[in-house]
Design a protein. Structure first.
Length: 230
């Protein structure tokens, strides 16, 4: 299913400044929300997803809904201040977080907040993930920002993302809460979420076998330089 999704949205996603229509944006939010839920990367009604649109619009999932059942008609349109423009239900209670990230990073066009079980275990214990354990995780996730607990949905919670965003982070582990990832499009944000959860799971299993060996920093630097030249 994921392969088909990627192939379809390679043509649709707003890459290189190409913007999607309102309906396309809503369809993409609903499709990836369902994918996140179906892949067990969030729980119950947990998590929220959004896409930045044109004219300061944001397309975001509604509050307290099971993501598997979402359709484009369920996606809420809000403005940059969080006011509802269109939609049957109320927008996610985490909309302040989405607004803050879009405000502080103009290159971000999609955000996913979720509760994947292994990565959320790291959030609950507030242990740092060994991001250099795998070349892919170093390339896709680095740097990861760890945010101390703030009440979800509040402005204080949203403001806590500022420092990490200033440092170029698009991956956030939220103490006793979950994770948030951001990308230039929904596909990139989803890739970060999958990679983050895979790293967390591999790290958990590796600890059972005795420990984690991270790749030396200089080798990670060389890998990034090599990859970026391709």
């Amino acid at each position: 299913m994921f392969k088909k999704t990627v192939q379809f949205y390679n043509l649709k996603s707003h890459l290189g400044g190409i913007s999607m229509s309102d309906n396309q944006s809503k369809k993409e939010v609903a499709l990836f929300a369902k994918l996140v839920w179906d892949r067990k990367l969030t729980d119950g009604t947990g998590g929220n997803m959004s896409i930045r649109g044109t004219n300061d619009k944001i397309y975001i999932t509604p509050t307290t809904t099971i993501k598997h059942f979402l359709t484009e008609d369920d996606i809420i349109t809000i403005d940059k201040d969080g006011n509802k423009i269109e939609g049957k239900k109320e927008p996610s209670s985490e909309r302040r977080m989405h607004i803050k990230i879009y405000e502080k990073d103009p290159d971000v066009n999609a955000i996913i907040h979720a509760h994947p079980r292994y990565a959320t275990s790291f959030a609950v214990t507030f242990q740092k993930l060994p991001v250099y354990a795998l070349p892919e995780s170093a390339l896709v996730l680095d740097p990861i920002t760890y945010i101390e607990y703030q009440m979800p949905g509040t402005q204080a919670f949203a403001d806590a993302f500022e420092e990490g965003l200033k440092n170029g982070s698009r991956v956030f582990v939220l103490q006793n809460h979950g994770v948030t990832v951001a990308g230039k499009n929904m596909e990139e944000a989803y890739m970060k979420l999958e990679t983050l959860e895979f790293l967390a799971e591999v790290s958990f299993i590796s600890k059972l076998y005795g420990g984690i060996n991270e790749i030396p920093t200089e080798k990670i630097k060389a890998f990034k330089e090599f990859f970026n030249k391709k």
